[in-house]
Design a protein around this ligand. Structure first.
Ligand code: NAD
Ligand code: ZN
Length: 351
């Protein structure tokens, strides 16, 4: 089969590789129908995620059709079209029991932080993928949801919701600021709206991105390259600061921006994947009573978000800016990597 292979920092190749095989009785093999490129793939390609080895097939989002079943898989059948969670989890180890599925301890010889597709195991930017622990890691695609809509449920929608909105404890009446209006920030905006906040402020360097955010439910926009961006945010909160600041970029500067605009006893929910230390001025922060959270998505809310997508309460297609054939993935990476120019949001690849 053909797959997108990580060749070391700055290098990738779309090349012929062996087809995946069932290794454990709980595995399935899925033929990819739709996959995408994520901001995290760009971090990996820059060499910022050293746990990803050279030779790894990238990609952790997708919808596909079951083509092989491990002997222990009874709740799925050949031909089922399924949404793949970006993290596979056994469902019964001590972390899975705590609901921290992204840290699943089930060991297949390797060890580390769970079973993220395209990270410690091969991923979805390929014609076929092996999915471990399939019964607890894939979701049947309902008839009224297309593979293209379903693909945003693999990662970005649960990530914005779980690590941004839920960890930030967004509640009715809150003023929520989301720093970074890329696909993940937009997912946080779209899902924050489900909780009835009074304002959702989209903040991005890119004026086009913040305008785009209105489609997802942002009520206010701030362009962070404006010298007075912070004054603009504070003016929206009677000078108090926001209740919840969600970081959806992954650089030290935007984490600091969140600390700068949160009110005392508010929350900063960091979603971004960071590759550098951030400035953490505990000598100033200790007095603020703020709650700071972070983490890897668990996709434990994928099911409920899928229902909301099916009911059109979340408009999944709003996330998609470009669609390519899977074989044109190198061109798709180029378009996604130049998002400021190409206005790329989610770039889909159809097999
Ligand atoms: P993206 O790169 O497409 O979007 C980032 C956005 O941030 C862009 O719109 C960009 O203009 C904006 N930005 C950059 N610098 C800024 C600044 N100084 N001020 C304001 N805005 C700025 O990324 P994405 O796909 O939306 O992902 C966002 C982050 O979430 C990434 O770090 C990604 O790796 C991470 N992520 C985390 C998890 C998790 O489990 N925690 C899962 C998936 C993705
Ligand atoms: Zn587990």
């Amino acid at each position: 089969m053909k797959a997108l292979v990580y060749k070391g920092p700055g290098q990738k190749s779309w090349e012929e590789v062996p087809n995946p095989a069932i290794l454990q009785p709980t595995d399935i093999i899925v033929k990819i129908d739709t996959t995408t490129i994520c901001g995290t793939d760009l971090h990996i390609l820059k060499g910022h995620v050293p746990t990803v080895e050279v030779g790894r097939i990238l990609g952790h989002e997708g919808v596909g059709t079951v083509t092989e079943l491990g002997a222990a898989v009874t709740s799925l059948k050949l031909g089922d079209q399924v949404i793949l969670s970006c993290v596979s989890a056994c469902g019964h180890c001590s972390y899975c029991k705590l609901g921290v599925y992204s840290h699943c301890l089930a060991d297949e010889g390797a060890s580390g932080i769970g079973w993220i597709l395209g990270h410690l195991i091969d991923g979805t930017q390929a014609e076929f993928v092996r999915v471990p622990f399939a019964e607890t890691s894939v979701y049947l695609l309902p008839e009224n949801v297309t593979p293209q809509q379903g693909t945003v449920l693999s990662d970005i929608l649960p990530t914005g919701h779980e690590i941004g909105v839920k960890y930030g404890r967004v509640k009715a009446g809150d003023v929520v600021a989301v720093v970074g209006a890329g696909p993940v920030g937009l997912a946080a905006i779209a899902t924050a709206g489900l909780y009835g906040p009074s304002r959702i402020i989209a903040i991005d360097l890119d004026a086009n991105r913040v305008e785009e955010a209105r489609k997802f439910g942002a009520t206010d926009t701030v362009v962070s390259s404006d010298a007075d961006w912070k004054k603009q945010v504070l003016a929206m909160t009677d000078g108090l600061g926001v209740d919840v600041a969600i970081e959806a970029v992954g650089i030290p500067q935007t984490f600091t921006m969140c600390l700068d605009i949160v009110r005392p006893a508010g929350a900063v929910a960091n979603v971004g994947v960071h590759s550098k230390s951030v400035d953490f001025p505990l000598q100033d922060l200790w007095i603020s009573n703020i709650n700071i959270s972070m983490g890897l998505v668990n996709t434990d809310t994928l099911d409920i978000l899928l229902k909301l997508v099916a009911q059109k309460k979340i408009v999944a297609e709003n996330f998609v800016s470009h669609t390519f054939e899977l074989g044109d993935i190198i061109e798709a990476y180029d378009v996604f990597g130049r998002a400021a120019e190409t206005k790329a949001l989610k770039v889909l690849l159809n097999a």
